[in-house]
Every structure is written in structure tokens, then in C-alpha cells.
Write a protein that binds this ligand. Structure first.
Ligand code: ADP
Ligand code: MG
Length: 226
């Protein structure tokens, strides 16, 4: 079953002399339950493509079809809803609220979707158990190690039971042993729950574990390896 289709997408930043074509006529189909690595040199357009796929950014030209529905032009509010309900995010930079507790960081997506506090806590504890960090629920996010922070981010990503997890260099700030633990978590979720993984990475070993590798250069897909 097809999850997402990207059709002839272009993304242009800036105007006039400073115009820059970050994505140049990119087309791609992603099936449900796949794991897809987006690879390529720095500046090749990987993050730009991921942001478009994740509906965090809109294409200048082209179409995005999600679950058979054209979402290219839908309103911001609806986009936010789709992202909140269906997508989970893990970034290299973690993006946590450092002063808040682990629990508060994990429940954030549920707060946004107005889930009652008691239910939020239950679901957060379940998600934290899955990443083996239930005992850190009350700790301040800032007091955790890098690997623990990224596991909290994985817990936050799965709390809404998303159909897709988008990860932008999820192991980029971690040593290899800690990074491998994050990788294992993500692939376990892919295998056991059928969550589609879309991972931007420089890491060849991580890319090799994915079903497909899409290589970018100068805003184009130049190669696809299955
Ligand atoms: P990658 O993730 O592969 O390193 P990016 O997708 O972040 O690359 O960026 C691709 C190109 O687009 C880079 O040259 C970058 O400078 C440019 N770019 C990305 N975002 C913006 C932006 N908001 N404004 C202007 N240029 C941008
Ligand atoms: Mg990037």
C-alpha cells in the first residue's frame, strides 16, 4: 500500500539573484511499512526533502499525496493535525524543553491534541517503558545523557502511535554504541508495529539497514538502491 507520493517537487529558497533551487524535480513513492534512508553530501537537499515529506514545509511546485489525498494545498491547521496524529519526529538536535521533566517532554504531542492529563501520563509512561526510561520520568530533561535524551525523543515520537517516524540524522550527536541503541529502537518499531521510517543520515551502516537508500545530489535524486 502506498503511503506517500511526491510528484515533481521543486523547492526554491530566496528570490531574484539569491534564488536557490534546493529541490529540483524530485519524484518518489513511499510504501507503508518501508524503511527509507535519504543519503548524500551536506547541502544536497536531504533535510529539505524530509521537511517536505513531513509536511513541515511546502513545495514551490509539485504535489504531495498522502494516503491517496492531495495534501499540497491543505490549510495550515489541517496540516498541523495530520502531523500531530500521524507523524513522529526525531532530530539530531533532540529539540527538547531542557528545563521540563522527561514526562512533560514526552506528553507534548498529546497536549497539543488535547488528550486529558491522566491519559497523557499513562501513554507517556508506556512510551517511556518502550525506550527503557520509565524510571527517568520525573528527571529534568537536561540532566540526561545524549543517548537518554534521544530515547526520550523516540518516546515522544511514538506517543501518538504514528504511522511514520521522520528522523533527521538521529544518531548524528551520539557515539556509535549509543547510536546503535537508537537505531535498534527505530527498527524494532518498524518491524513490530509497521511504522514507516524515513531517515536522513550520513551514517552508511544505518543507511544499509534500511529497505531503500535514496541518494541526493544538488537537489535531485541521483540513485536509488534497494
Ligand atoms: P542537507 O540536509 O542535505 O545538508 P539541506 O536540505 O539542509 O541539505 O539544504 C540544501 C540546500 O538548500 C543548501 O544549500 C542550503 O543552504 C539550502 N537551504 C536550506 N534551507 C534553506 C532556507 N531556509 N533558505 C535558504 N536556503 C536554504
Ligand atoms: Mg540536513
Amino acid at each position: 500500500m502506498t503511503l506517500m507520493e511526491v510528484k515533481n517537487v521543486q523547492r526554491v529558497f530566496g528570490k531574484g539573484e539569491s534564488e536557490f533551487i534546493a529541490l529540483n524535480d524530485v519524484s518518489l513513492t513511499i510504501e507503508k511499512g518501508e524503511s527509507v534512508a535519504i543519503i548524500g553530501k551536506s547541502g544536497s537537499g536531504k533535510s529539505t526533502l524530509m521537511h517536505i515529506l513531513a509536511l513541515l514545509d511546502r513545495p514551490t511546485k509539485g504535489k504531495i499525496i498522502l494516503d491517496g489525498k492531495d495534501v499540497t494545498q491543505i490549510k495550515e491547521k489541517q496540516l498541523n493535525h495530520v502531523r500531530n496524529q500521524q507523524f513522529g519526529f526525531v532530530f539530531k538536535q533532540f529539540f527538547m524543553n531542557a528545563k521540563d521533566s522527561v514526562l512533560d517532554n514526552v506528553t507534548l504531542p498529546l497536549k497539543i491534541s488535547s488528550v486529558p492529563a491522566k491519559r497523557r501520563k499513562e501513554l507517556a509512561m508506556k512510551a517511556l517503558q518502550q525506550v527503557d526510561l520509565a524510571e527517568k520520568a520525573k528527571s529534568k530533561a537536561n540532566d540526561l545523557s545524549g543517548g537518554q535524551k534521544q530515547r526520550v525523543c523516540v518516546a515522544r515520537a511514538i506517543i501518538n502511535q504514528p504511522q511514520v517516524i521522520f528522523a533527521d540524522e538521529p544518531t548524528g550527536n551520539l557515539d556509535s554504541t549509543t547510536g546503535e541503541r537508537i537505531e535498534n529502537l527505530l527498527f524494532d518499531l518498524n518491524q513490530s508495529q509497521g511504522i514507516t521510517l524515513i531517515i536522513v543520515t550520513h551514517d552508511e551502516d544505518l543507511a544499509a539497514r534500511c529497505d531503500r537508500k535514496i541518494r541526493m545530489r544538488d537537489g535531485k535524486i541521483i540513485e536509488e538502491v534497494k
